[in-house]
Unconditional design. Structure first.
Length: 546
């Protein structure tokens, strides 16, 4: 396109004329009567006029800032600039691939809180034998003993003068208990020791702990630079594992010795036996077995373990050590407290009768006779652990904080002080049958009302327990997409979170494994035998940000 020269000339003249023309920026308002020169131009009420003009202000006198009464902290420029502190939390220059960048992060703290429902599975009761270590027969293929392993020192076969020809594969050691109760004809039943006629129970026979419910509250904040704080507190309902063989009543009627005699003992079955260390060798077995006896419970054998737990933690997040689009890794450090309370309970009832056993029906065979009174044995063991200490870890975030869907995980290690309190108590733990039959028939010491058979023992200690936690969560901003609900202000900054957490705690005493199984005239005592404990959590939460 070509512009004619005359057009350039005309346009230039018009511009010069326009610049030199006088203009008026505003028109005076209408005032009745005469207005003195220099008077302020204030419009009458109901009329339009010029707006007020902001006077210049001095940099050393904030009270002169318009409008009057402005707070003193409202400083003049440049303090009021959004590009200066305290409005900016971080101003960083960095070089990436030869290009310089500047990140300006404005100060903005975001608070969050949540209420969670948890489905929790505690560790099962373990694999602890109920009773003292006992002698057992060997596996012919491996030549290792069945049941509880025994030391190979001082092994010898059963005395043939007592048992006749020894059964091949039997192995014993001097401090192990003979695992057969003193019932009539019982000492000859070698082939039925393990799990048949005379079952020695194990805690793994209890039903595994199922799932229990719990709740957790979470609160904290996150700063614009990735640092932050998180507080959590959780609590779980009790959960129990149980084993029961037999019953202490029939059709609502309590079982008595007279009832068993009238039924010919057909209501009886050896529900379980417990070897006890008594400190008194059995005279007939002194050359072969250690000082102890095995008690039978032919009416009821019951055991139960209950677990309850709670805890709280504080985590401080540092600035990310790695950050890219949608990925952020932050170290964390803090402290944790965990409360663990576990209780093991044993209850056994014996008829006080002695008899032979039919190897096909496992019921009394032939005549039965009373050796002592029916009695009930009880033992409770409780371990309360208060575990607290520092922890460190990493948090991994995938997805932006304001995204509709994001995933984050935490890996945490801790080193804790464990204040451990173990208590056991009960009554009638021992074997009166052997004493009634062979030493003091009709009047065993444990059942004598003038003899103290109740017991209790306690032990406290403090030691180190390591811990580990692995969590992974997914957050979905589901509420903002639901009809009607999305219009409610309470759900405006709300998301749904679900995930999984595994928590492991080392060097923890468990109740069934903390019992030294001693029988009358000795009493059970606390023994230290630590292992690991853990729990699995499924979390369902509603998170609020504000």
């Amino acid at each position: 396109m070509r512009i004619q020269p005359w057009m350039i000339t005309v346009t230039s003249i018009l511009v010069l004329v326009a610049v030199q023309a006088e203009t008026s920026g505003q028109q005076p308002g209408s005032y009745p009567g005469s207005v003195p020169p220099g008077a302020p131009m204030v419009p009458m009420q109901g009329q339009y006029g010029p707006g007020p003009h902001q006077s210049p202000y001095a940099t050393n006198h904030p009270q002169q800032i318009y409008p009057p009464g402005t707070p003193g902290e409202y400083q003049p420029w440049p303090q009021i600039s959004p590009f200066n502190a305290p409005n900016v939390a971080m101003d960083q220059h960095y070089n990436k691939d030869g290009v310089w960048f500047r990140d300006i992060v404005y100060r903005k703290r975001k608070y969050f809180g949540s209420v969670e429902l948890m489905s929790i599975a505690f560790r099962n009761p373990g694999n602890s034998t109920i009773g003292s270590p006992y002698a057992t027969r060997a596996d012919f293929d491996t030549m290792f003993p069945l049941g509880v392993p025994i030391d190979f020192a001082n092994m010898e076969a059963p005395d043939p003068n007592i048992f006749g020809t020894p059964t091949p594969g039997w192995m014993t050691v001097d401090d192990r208990i003979f695992p057969i109760p003193s019932v009539d004809g019982g000492n000859a039943q070698f082939d039925q020791v393990l799990g048949y006629l005379y079952p020695i129970r194990n805690t793994n026979q209890m039903s595994n702990l199922g799932r229990t419910l719990g709740t957790q509250i979470r609160w904290g904040f996150e700063n614009e630079d990735g640092t932050g704080l998180q507080l959590t507190g959780w609590w779980a309902f009790d959960d129990s594992a149980h084993f029961k063989s037999g019953s202490d009543e029939i059709n609502g009627v309590p079982v008595t010795q007279a009832m068993s005699l009238a039924a010919g003992g057909q209501n009886l079955l050896i529900r379980g036996v417990i070897p006890y260390y008594t400190g008194e060798p059995i005279a007939q077995l002194a050359s072969t077995f250690g000082p102890g006896r095995t008690a039978k419970y032919d009416i009821l054998y019951e055991m139960e373990q209950t677990t309850r737990a709670a805890g709280t933690s504080i985590s401080l997040y540092t600035q990310p050590i790695y950050k890219s689009t949608g990925v952020k890794i932050r170290p964390l450090w803090g402290a944790r407290y965990t409360y663990l309370d576990e209780n093991f309970r044993f209850r056994g009832i014996d008829s006080g009768l002695t008899y032979d056993i039919d190897e096909e029906t496992y019921r009394p065979d032939g005549a039965i006779s009373p050796a002592h009174a029916l009695y009930e044995a009880r033992l409770n063991s409780e371990v309360r652990s208060h575990v607290a200490g520092p922890e460190v870890g990493l948090r991994f975030d995938l997805g932006d904080s304001d995204a509709a869907f994001k995933v984050w995980a935490e890996t945490i290690f801790g080193l804790n002080a464990n204040q451990e309190n173990i208590s056991i108590w009960g009554d009638n733990i021992g074997d009166p049958l052997h004493e009634a039959r062979f030493e003091n028939i009709g009047n065993p010491r444990m059942l004598d009302p003038t003899v103290q058979s109740e017991f209790s023992d306690k032990k406290s200690s403090t030691h180190v327990s390591p811990s580990f936690q692995q969590s992974i969560f997914a957050e979905v901003a589901a509420f903002r997409n639901l009809p009607i609900i999305r219009n409610a202000s309470v759900f405006e900054d709300t998301s749904f979170r679900f995930g999984y957490t595994f928590f492991w705690l080392g060097e923890v005493a468990r109740p069934a494994e903390s019992i030294k199984w001693q029988g009358f005239p000795l009493f059970p005592e606390v023994q230290s035998n630590r292992t690991s404990w853990w729990m699995h959590q499924l979390n369902f939460a509603v998170d609020w940000t504000f």
